[in-house]
Design a protein around this ligand. Structure first.
Ligand code: AHR
Length: 338
């Protein structure tokens, strides 16, 4: 869906153009910025973050904050502590403050229609980062910048089917029993990663998901739910598929406490590619992580500047990502930025 969206020229376009002119004749930087010229003409971006539920999210927050500073954009940042109601309040507050652009990473997919209509009525453009929303009117947001979560789920599924196809895990007779730790209920990455993985493993009847429950993308919940899986299934589990690294790391603790060897007795696949996952892979406790980059700040600021200048931006900006099996971890870890 790489079509271009033509944006109505919001009043901020004029302001941004004026800022550029001022910047040419004024070497003074606005607070924390460099190229904005007169502080009163700086672009103001309201950003509503989901929370701080994972190592990924922390890296994403840092990326947005440092990129805003670098771009000379005045960032109004709000942390929703993983609650949709807090995000809606933050968006309403940005509308009341008449920020130039709103960006947010929606905790769940549904329930945004009303507040996005309010932003549209106020002529404040909205950009989504990281996660998608389901709305009946596509004009309620300009662009989504972030990963293809369905493809991440497929990559996880492909790694698993190839792992068994090469003869690894040949001691497993009959069905390959998988437990799944899902992300936050109703969130785009949880829905899409489940879907992509199911699509791939569904083509081979040996693979069976025997239990699937949310761990809310956190280590604590990942551990708790894995404990429940182990209690119910004992040694019957061959594979854990976790929708993020934090839940996998929590689950690794539960598996060790149950007297099993993570990465050997239970094959573990997760998503994100945070440093903690690389450390777990080097220790032989995690088999593979599918990359999901949180470093969206620079792309977001570029898009914000274009929107503020009345330029068109792409409707969908997809991040390029890799897959890192444990064998590559020691070599790759020193190059990781999050
Ligand atoms: O939306 C991206 C997901 O949210 C990441 O995979 C997860 O770690 C985060 O909490």
């Amino acid at each position: 869906m790489n079509r271009l969206l033509h944006i109505v020229r919001f009043p901020v376009a004029l302001v941004a153009a004026a800022s550029l002119l001022v910047a040419c004749s004024n070497s003074e930087s606005p607070a924390g910025g460099d190229k904005g010229g007169d502080a009163s003409k700086q672009i103001t971006l309201g950003f509503s973050q989901i929370g701080a539920e994972s190592e990924w999210r922390t890296a994403n927050t840092t990326s947005v904050q440092s990129a805003a500073k670098e771009a000379g954009i005045n960032l109004r940042f709000s942390d929703a502590q993983q609650k949709q109601e807090n995000q809606i309040k933050a968006l309403r507050s940005f509308i009341a403050q008449r920020v130039d652009v709103i960006a947010f990473s929606p905790v769940v997919e549904t329930g945004w229609e009303t507040v996005l209509r309010e932003a549209k009525a106020a002529q404040i453009p909205v950009i989504l980062t990281d996660r998608a929303v389901q709305v009946s009117d596509e004009s309620l947001y300009l662009s989504l910048i972030g990963s293809d979560f369905v493809e991440e789920g497929r990559k996880a599924g492909r790694w698993l089917t190839e792992y068994y196809a090469t003869g690894a895990g040949k001691d497993v007779k009959g069905e390959i029993k998988i437990v799944e730790l899902q992300g936050t209920v109703g969130s785009a990455p949880a829905n899409d990663r489940k879907k992509g993985f199911a699509e791939i493993i569904g083509a081979d009847e040996r693979f069976k998901v025997i239990r699937s429950q949310t761990g809310d993308f956190t280590r604590a919940k990942g551990k708790e739910v894995m404990e429940a899986f182990l209690k119910a299934e004992g040694r019957n589990i061959n594979v854990l598929y976790a929708h993020n690294d934090d839940m996998a790391i929590g689950a690794i603790q539960a598996i060790e406490e149950a007297g099993l060897a993570p990465g050997k007795d239970i094959i573990i696949i997760s998503i994100d590619g945070v440093k903690g996952a690389f450390e777990a892979m080097i220790a032989g406790k995690l088999n593979v992580t599918v990359e999901c980059s949180p470093l969206l700040g620079p792309q977001l600021m570029e898009a914000v500047k274009k929107v503020a200048a009345g330029e068109t931006i792409e409707r969908r900006i997809v991040t390029e990502e890799s897959v890192f099996p444990m064998e590559t971890a020691a070599e790759v870890l020193p190059t990781r930025k999050y």
